[in-house]
Design a protein around this ligand. Structure first.
Ligand SMILES: *[C@@H]1O[C@H](CO)[C@@H](O)[C@H](O)[C@H]1NC(C)=O
Ligand SMILES: *[C@@H]1O[C@H](CO)[C@@H](O)[C@H](O)[C@H]1NC(C)=O
Ligand SMILES: *[C@@H]1O[C@H](CO)[C@@H](O)[C@H](O)[C@H]1NC(C)=O
Ligand SMILES: *[C@@H]1O[C@H](CO)[C@@H](O)[C@H](O)[C@H]1NC(C)=O
Ligand SMILES: *[C@@H]1O[C@H](CO)[C@@H](O)[C@H](O)[C@H]1NC(C)=O
Length: 560
């Protein structure tokens, strides 16, 4: 197979991709900008897409907010709700998730920092239909953490986070919604166990076991000399680098795709490190798995400050922003659930449609029609005056919502926040015509720019679809033709033939009786049937007893 054939074999779709954010002007009871709040999304029976925004810090005087703001994502309208029941006190850096039970949405809100930066240590359930809070019993005091609602198992999962002013954790907890009980999740895992045993001959040996605990069947009493066991890492031991479960951390993202038996943990930080890893907890098998792909180190991205559930549409998790104490990122990434591939979103910076620059304290919600980003700030100092004084912001990355001004609908389909080019078009906005001998290739599980193979790999495709600068040469001969595919024939085929265009090497179609690479050789008919000499003019000079144009006729001599 040639490279080109391989390329054709790979070719399935032509797509050019671009994500577009829409800045929305909110009306109604719009509060000042909020950071470190939580928000959940839900869709009413009538189809309204709503976000409920809880808690957070309003920067005009650091007011911890006790109201709930309901944002209608289609009407861009904010309604302030005064909830009833045992109302949750204002707080920041807490955790939330929502679940639908008997067609009513329940929101769970856990921990965080209350006034005076003290750990709140409580846990609430908010019943959307009743607009009422319930104060649930709680055993865990956490902040800077995340919870996810697992609708399949009617559970809430909580991972690590800050448990005191100094320590971050890596334990995993389950809350059973039906029985209202917390319990620590099981791990079929020891990161490493070393057994030091004295053998029958008096020598000592150490056995290292680093697989699942199911395989650890030796109990100390089975051995005549009690072994010393050392457990490295694992829950509660954050002093060493663990390799088989996530390090202790806070400010990570935790998410679960609906009906998917895995928890996804992305990024986060402890007091010294910013993590750029991805961990998957396999709920059925109770093990943490680290996918090989991780986050490409070339992407300078800090997935802290997310604490958001980002499961979205069929296949992608979207991640935005983040910081590492000194550097801020406004990048966006998409991770495919199906193949784990991570690609960078190319968010355009159009003057009229700025991509959000929020890197900390915002919240993300996802709807079938798109993703929303609410509140947050441009940096972690929270002293940015425009951040503090501006209104609550809402940005929407809509599935069918590309920048109208830059989409040519005859050339691209805007879908899923990105431009998919029709055949014969290429470029960020599919604005260019594709050249002959060119194709663009992309992976549907990736938001990366398509890989384009232009002008048979020998030239450049300009925006009007014409190959330019077919500069490369093969064996010293320039490429010709409008697709840069053909090598010119040497010596112009001796002016005795035409150059035919076969990729990648041309050949001469010579005039009758001429041949050779460049028509420089004369041939006689049937090579004079081996019974004559081929002359310069292409005529056979036959041997004495032969005749005919190719000397194939035997001259029979008659005796006379
Ligand atoms: C919730 O209940 C806990 C104890 O169960 C209590 O300490 C806390 O003050 C309550 N919170 C509110 C806002 O009522
Ligand atoms: C988590 O983020 C908050 C808010 O930016 C920050 O104050 C805190 O130090 C972070 N936690 C860790 C462990 O770095
Ligand atoms: C933060 O990121 C910058 C840029 O990548 C890097 O130079 C710096 O060392 C990082 N700081 C920490 C504390 O990780
Ligand atoms: C503050 O935020 C505005 C946007 O709201 C941004 O243009 C500006 O650069 C920010 N300033 C700092 C110091 O980060
Ligand atoms: C593309 O190249 C062709 C041939 O060189 C030229 O005529 C045309 O003007 C170019 N188009 C653009 C947009 O540069």
């Amino acid at each position: 197979m040639t490279n080109f054939q391989q390329f054709l074999a790979l070719l399935s779709i032509l797509i050019c991709i671009k994500a577009e954010w829409k800045t929305v002007q909110l009306t109604g009871d719009v509060p000042n900008n909020i950071v470190f709040h939580e928000s959940v999304e839900y869709v009413t029976a009538a189809g309204s897409q709503l976000i409920l925004l809880f808690g957070g810090q309003m920067l005009n005087g650091n007011i911890l907010n006790q109201n709930i703001y309901q944002i209608d994502v289609q009407k861009y309208q904010v309604t302030k709700i005064t909830p009833g029941g045992s109302v949750m006190t204002g707080r920041t850096k807490f955790a939330s998730c929502s679940i639908v039970i008997a067609s009513n949405t329940y929101v769970f809100l856990h921990g965080g920092y209350c006034a005076g930066n003290s750990f709140c240590g409580d846990f609430f359930q908010y019943d959307v239909a009743a607009n009422s809070y319930q104060n649930l019993t709680n055993t865990l005091s956490r902040a800077e953490h995340s919870i996810v609602c697992d609708s399949q198992n009617n559970q809430i999962w909580l991972f690590g986070g800050k448990s005191s002013s100094t320590s971050v954790m890596n334990d995993l907890w389950q809350y059973d919604i039906t029985s209202s009980a917390w319990k620590q999740a099981d791990y079929n895992i020891f990161s490493q166990v070393v057994l030091n045993v004295v053998l029958w001959d008096g020598t000592t040996a150490s056995i290292t076991i680093d697989k699942y605990s199911d395989y650890l069947q030796i109990s100390p009493s089975d051995l005549s000399n009690a072994p010393t066991m050392t457990l490295f890492g694992g829950p509660y031991d954050c002093s060493v680098q663990v390799t088989q479960m996530p390090n202790c951390r806070s400010n990570y993202s935790l998410l679960q795709k609906q009906n998917d038996p895995y928890l996804y943990l992305i990024g986060g930080q402890d007091s010294k490190n910013v993590f750029q890893d991805i961990w998957i907890y396999d709920i059925a098998n109770k093990v943490w798995i680290q996918p090989q792909d991780g986050l490409p180190s070339t992407y300078t991205q800090f997935f802290t400050q997310q604490r958001a559930t980002l499961s979205y549409s069929q296949d992608f998790t979207f991640l935005f922003g983040g910081y590492n104490w000194s550097t801020y990122s406004t990048n966006g990434f998409a991770r495919s659930f199906s193949n784990g591939k991570i690609s960078q979103l190319k968010i355009p910076q159009y003057s009229s449609q700025l991509a959000p620059q929020k890197v900390v304290g915002y919240s993300i919600n996802s709807f079938s029609s798109g993703i929303t980003m609410t509140g947050g700030c441009e940096d972690n100092t929270l002293i940015n005056v425009s951040c503090a004084q501006s209104q609550l912001s809402l940005y929407i990355l809509g599935i069918n919502d590309c920048n109208q001004a830059s989409t040519n609908h005859n050339q691209a389909k805007c879908m899923y926040g990105k431009y998919w080019c029709f055949d014969q078009f290429w470029g960020d906005l599919c604005q260019n015509n594709l050249c002959p001998g060119s194709m663009c290739l992309n992976d549907i599980n990736s938001f990366e720019s398509p890989f384009c193979y232009m002008c048979f790999g020998n030239g450049q495709c300009n925006s009007s679809g014409q190959c330019t600068s077919c500069t490369q040469t093969l064996a010293g001969i320039s490429f010709i033709q409008n697709d840069c595919s053909t090598v010119d024939c040497k010596n112009s085929c001796g002016n005795a033939g035409t150059c035919v265009n076969y990729y990648p090497v041309s050949s001469c179609n010579c005039q009758k009786l001429l041949g050779g690479d460049y028509c420089g050789k004369t041939f006689c008919l049937n090579d004079c049937s081996n019974s004559g000499t081929c002359q310069q003019n292409g005529q056979c000079q036959c041997n004495q007893d032969k005749e005919g144009a190719d000397c194939s006729i035997q001259i029979i001599g008659f005796l006379s």
